[in-house]
Design a protein around this ligand. Structure first.
Ligand SMILES: C=CC1=C(C)c2cc3[nH]c(cc4nc(cc5[nH]c(cc1n2)c(C)c5CCC(=O)O)C(CCC(=O)O)=C4C)c(C)c3C=C
Ligand SMILES: [Fe+2]
Ligand SMILES: [Fe+2]
Length: 349
């Protein structure tokens, strides 16, 4: 491995301490990642990188790779590409996750305009812009400290931990690596709960019906990961509990479900799709779904919930369905990101 070296440091006069004073802080928002296009090639590359991560698929590689290359990557790029095409941002020719993450970075830059030693940017764990490219860009701008902000309210090894792994992989390439901090999970932070509650109330006020049930639907993880100690499920349940408390709703009105299963093993339950079906069959007529675990709308919310879950519910006898948008780069969402960023920057600015 070749390590990048700062040529100025080598040229510094004897006895002086080059660049001893803090220079700049890089603040890097990190989300999961998304394909560069809906065609077979970009979908294949994205899914290969994502599903090769041992934090995401814990099976031994000798067992997983034949399944990945022989089965998953021969069928899923086409199927998922068709789903991405349903929600693609045609104006910008990119996926909504990329549009919203860039929007969050731009809004945060505006909100932190008073901090002249902070440079805000955004990166993805899989795909582009890569974590490594953005780390190198920030270091190249003179950042000797980096605050990384994994945009996952609830911690999971499959998301938060792997985002941080990737940052440290990028640092391994640098001779002079910056100091780093990582924003902790924020599933119970009052600013987050309050933002979700305000966003839900705002959206419900625009509907021509009052939902009998509101489902807080989180991305699932395989149950064995949870059984082995991943705290994700507990974080999700705590977010819902606090949201219920803040909104003054009963356990019957605001329920928790888990979506986006992948593969054959059991995932966290209750499943969102099965719950939609059950509620429709039990006579519930009006429902709304909110996705507190997603900081941006993406294929999992816009296609799987706003389209697929709607179909399931209406088909099972439901009459009205609403999807409540994610916080995205809304003022409520930006209140969360700004508050946590400023708190975690303490001592560096
Ligand atoms: C074993 C597979 C997967 C685990 C574990 C998993 C966890 C997980 N994912 C998110 C957030 C997102 N996932 C997204 C897409 C997506 N997720 C998986 C698989 C697992 N996720 C796949 C294969 C895909 C791609 C789409 C598809 O082919 O179905 C996205 C959306 C990305 C986008 O471009 O819009 C997000 C966001 C969380 C929070 C999580 C665990 C807590
Ligand atoms: Fe996922
Ligand atoms: Fe999905």
């Amino acid at each position: 491995m070749t390590l990048a070296t700062d040529p100025k440091a080598a040229a510094a006069p004897a006895g002086s301490l080059p660049n001893a004073a803090p220079q700049k802080v890089g603040l890097m928002l990190v989300n999961l990642g998304t394909p560069d296009g809906t065609e077979y090639g970009p979908m294949w590359r994205y899914l290969r990188e994502f599903l090769s991560d041992p934090r995401v698929i814990e099976m031994p590689r000798w067992l997983w790779y034949p399944i990945l290359y022989g089965l998953v990557l021969t069928t899923r790029p086409k199927k998922s590409g068709a789903n991405y095409a349903k929600i693609w941002n045609r104006e910008k020719n990119e996926s909504p996750l990329r549009t919203y993450t860039r929007g969050q970075s731009e809004r945060l830059t505006e909100r932190l305009a008073d901090l002249d030693n902070v440079s805000v940017d955004w990166a993805m764990r899989y795909g582009t812009p890569s974590t490594r490219a953005v780390v190198e860009k920030l270091v190249g701008q003179g950042c000797d400290r980096i605050l990384t902000f994994p945009l996952y309210p609830q911690y999971s090894a499959t998301t938060t931990a792997t985002a941080n792994d990737q940052l440290f992989r990028a640092l391994m390439k640098l001779r002079r690596a910056p100091a780093v901090r990582s924003v902790p999970p924020y599933y119970a932070e009052p600013v987050y709960i309050d933002a979700l509650a305000r966003s839900i109330e705002k959206h419900l006020a625009t509907l021509d019906f009052e939902p009998e049930v509101i489902a807080a639907s989180y991305h699932g993880i395989p149950k064995p990961y949870s059984d082995k100690g991943d705290p994700y499920q507990a974080h999700c349940l705590e977010t819902t509990r606090l949201l219920r408390e803040r909104l003054g709703w009963s356990e019957k009105k605001l329920i928790t479900t888990f979506q986006s299963r992948f593969g054959a093993q059991e995932w966290l339950q209750p499943y969102t799709d099965k719950t939609m079906e059950r509620l429709g069959k039990e006579g519930v007529k009006r429902i709304a779904v909110v996705n507190p675990g997603f900081s941006s709308d993406c294929i999992e919310t816009l296609e799987e919930i706003a389209q697929e879950a709607r179909e399931i519910f209406l088909h099972a006898g439901g009459e009205k369905f609403a999807h409540i948008p994610c916080l995205n780069d809304s003022p409520e969402g930006m209140d969360v990101i700004e508050t946590l960023a400023r708190r975690e920057l303490a001592g560096w600015i």
